[in-house]
Design a protein around this ligand. Structure first.
Ligand code: MIC
Ligand code: SF4
Length: 641
């Protein structure tokens, strides 16, 4: 039987396991990336493994998230990252050099290679034909040490594109269309492969916008073939030698095929507070806009920025609108400056921010109270912008620029067309902000600031657990609910005791105190629990606060892996109706844990009501051992692979 692109790459990197969907496979990893908000923890974990130098073909540490330095914390962490990278053979991308996914696409990604990154948008690399996964920091640390990456073998979905996008309709609208069709849960357990004649019309950065937002579908990853479009992009980056062609076999089998005719799409918009809450821009015409933000790993490429500059040229933005523009990389910003596009942007009244994540993660530029903020980003979860009642909408750069000019949500297709903007034949290449590691790391001193606190210790499971249901939450709880980000909280990503004070702040600010007081605790969740970010802090912090088990209707992929890595048991209700019965503060008992781990069937006794319910958790042998060791770090230290 023919293979899909992903199946070919997995087969070429298979360490162990069988490639039947649903079973566990171990994959060899060629490249890793980290960013600063998750990276500090990942390198602290790597250090405890005692491996002198990374064993990957390439590992890069980016600084792009925690760039505001409102105190010593972030600056100290950057210094730690720079020195730990130099010591252990990791390239260091300095703050200001750009957003990890954009820079990785420009300078390092290679078709056919495997990449894991401690950031959920690592699948951006799929735009170049890489098999790229978001993962928890601990999984990245293990891969840097030469260990395999374990995933559940996904199903294969194909999106078949025909036609061509009309002017002012963009790759972002393609992503939003798929979110409309599939929802934030629709990609769970699947790899999404993009194909069909329509893909020839999409450049690598446009493809990367689409694979980037595959994360919002819950997909394991997304991937495009590597073809002439890929070669053209790599050539323009001075990297034609990195090109290899890659396509699925004509008789490859897919579990689901979705057809999208690009010519019929309209500009789309995701309304608060979920990326799948999609409407046409036209239908929201006239809604007053307070803020517009253009940038993020989804939409900050040179072509995106040049289109925006062309739309803004010779005009000024509406007086009621505050517009921010964050180019994705130093390469993009430099080229905007060289071409004069930056002048059009500045003259329009926009505020140019540094090449970093910035407002996307609430690092500044939060909207006004109740403000309507149009963002070219990928997430609009409640509170993520830093303003709890902010109304965040997700749009394309073209819709964003059109709305910034009029002051109201505006369908760009109603405006004057701009001249087509194409990829340059040659990008400006200057890698001086990427520091190579020391040839001999043994002489490098790793500098640690006082903000770096020890990694919390999890407890190994015994046969019975009695725990209090400390919190009950609804469906689609995101990692932004569990462990919020933002300028105030992010500096504590390497300080778990301090970070824990903010756990579930959006849902219930009393949670940290109550969890600590309860001793062993449990969380009751709805479906798709833990969607969104790859931050392992959303597992490590609850673990630190005493949470031993999360019982939910279903989980998001990366989060469930992070829970197991942190030594927390992730159970799903056998009958989702039982969710209704279990209440916060009930005392629950799980007995015969050891034999239940073997069978995958657990009994949870609600001691408050006397009712017993059934729950499931299919664990591989390795995952059982991880839980029995009290987490992946202990397991690895004990010699587990
Ligand atoms: C995000 O977009 O939420 C982040 C910040 O990039 C995260 C990583 C993190 O929490 O540090 C992600 O998507 O994985
Ligand atoms: Fe950064 Fe936002 Fe992309 Fe996360 S989604 S990597 S915060 S730009």
């Amino acid at each position: 039987m023919g293979k899909t692109i992903a199946q070919k790459i997995i087969a070429a990197h298979l360490v162990s396991g069988d490639m039947t969907p649903g079973s566990e496979v171990a994959i060899h990893i060629d490249q890793t990336l980290t960013q600063d908000a998750t990276g500090t923890m990942a390198y602290l974990e790597f250090e405890t493994m005692g491996i002198p130098r990374v064993k990957t073909e390439l590992s890069v540490a980016y600084v792009d998230h925690n760039t505001l330095q409102c105190g010593f914390e972030n600056a100290d962490d950057h210094r730690y990252l720079q020195t730990v990278a130099a010591k252990h053979g990791v390239y260091f991308s300095r703050p200001g050099n750009g957003i990890c996914h954009q820079v990785h696409l420009e300078r390092f990604g290679k078709p056919g290679k495997t990449l894991i990154g401690s950031d959920s948008h690592t699948p951006t690399g799929g735009g170049l034909g890489m098999l790229a996964f978001g993962a928890g920091g601990l999984d990245v640390a293990v891969a840097m040490g030469g260990g395999a990456y374990y995933i559940t073998m996904p199903k294969m979905f194909k999106v078949n594109l025909t036609g061509k996008l009309r002017p002012y309709v963009t790759a972002k609208d393609v992503s939003l269309e798929l979110l409309r069709i599939l929802s934030v849960k629709g990609g769970v357990g699947a790899i999404i492969e993009w194909g069909g004649p329509g893909i020839e019309t999409l450049s690598v950065p446009e493809r990367a916008t689409i694979t980037n937002m595959g994360t919002e579908l819950g997909a394991t990853t997304s991937i495009f073939p590597s073809d002439d479009v890929t070669r053209t992009f790599l050539k323009a980056q001075g990297r034609e030698a990195d090109f290899t062609p890659l396509a699925s076999d004509p008789d490859a089998q897919y579990d689901r095929i979705i057809h999208i005719d690009l010519s019929t799409l309209k500009p789309l918009i995701a309304c608060p507070h979920s990326p799948d809450n999609v409407a046409t821009v036209e239908s929201l015409k006239g809604v007053k806009v307070d803020q517009v933000c253009i940038g993020s790993c989804t939409n900050s490429s040179l072509v995106d920025m040049r289109k925006v500059a062309a739309m803004l040229k010779g005009k000024t933005i509406a007086p009621g609108v505050s517009l921010s523009i964050s180019p994705g990389s130093k390469q993009v910003l430099t080229m905007l400056a060289q071409s004069g596009d930056l002048v059009s942007i500045l003259a329009s009244g926009a505020r140019v921010l540094e090449c970093a994540c910035g407002p996307c993660i609430g690092m500044g530029f939060s909207p006004n109270s109740g403000g309507v903020s149009l963002r070219t980003f990928n997430r609009n979860f409640l509170g993520r912008s830093g303003t709890k009642d902010g109304q965040v909408y997700l749009v394309s750069p073209e819709t964003a620029a059109a709305s910034a000019l009029t002051g109201y949500i505006t369908d760009p297709t109603t405006l004057e067309p701009i001249a087509p903007v194409a990829l340059p034949d040659a990008f400006h290449i200057d890698d001086s902000a990427v520091l190579a590691p020391a040839a001999d790391g043994s002489t490098v001193e790793v500098l640690r600031g006082p903000n770096i606190k020890e990694f919390p210790q999890s407890k190994a499971f015994s046969d019975t657990l009695e725990a209090k249901a400390v919190l009950k939450v609804g469906d689609n709880i995101t990692t932004d609910h569990i462990m919020p980000a933002g300028a105030k909280i992010l500096p504590y990503r390497s300080n778990i005791p301090k970070l824990s004070q903010f756990c579930f702040e959006v849902c219930d600010p009393t949670f940290p105190e109550r969890a600590k007081a309860a001793g062993d605790g449990m969380i009751i969740g709805g479906s798709n629990y833990g969607q969104g970010s790859s931050r392992e802090h959303a597992a490590l912090v609850p673990m630190y606060l005493g949470i031993r088990c999360v019982l939910a209707k279903s989980f998001a992929r990366i989060h469930v892996a992070n829970l197991i890595n942190a030594g927390i048991l992730p159970l799903t209700f056998a009958d989702p109706q039982d969710y209704e019965e279990l209440q916060q503060d009930h005392v629950l008992e799980i007995s015969h844990i050891l034999s239940s781990m073997e069978t995958g069937v657990f009994t949870v006794l609600d001691k408050t009501t006397g009712k017993a319910i059934s729950a499931n958790c299919q664990l591989s042998k390795r995952q059982q051992k991880i839980l029995l060791s009290g987490g992946l770090l202990n397991y690895t230290k004990e010699g587990g692979q």
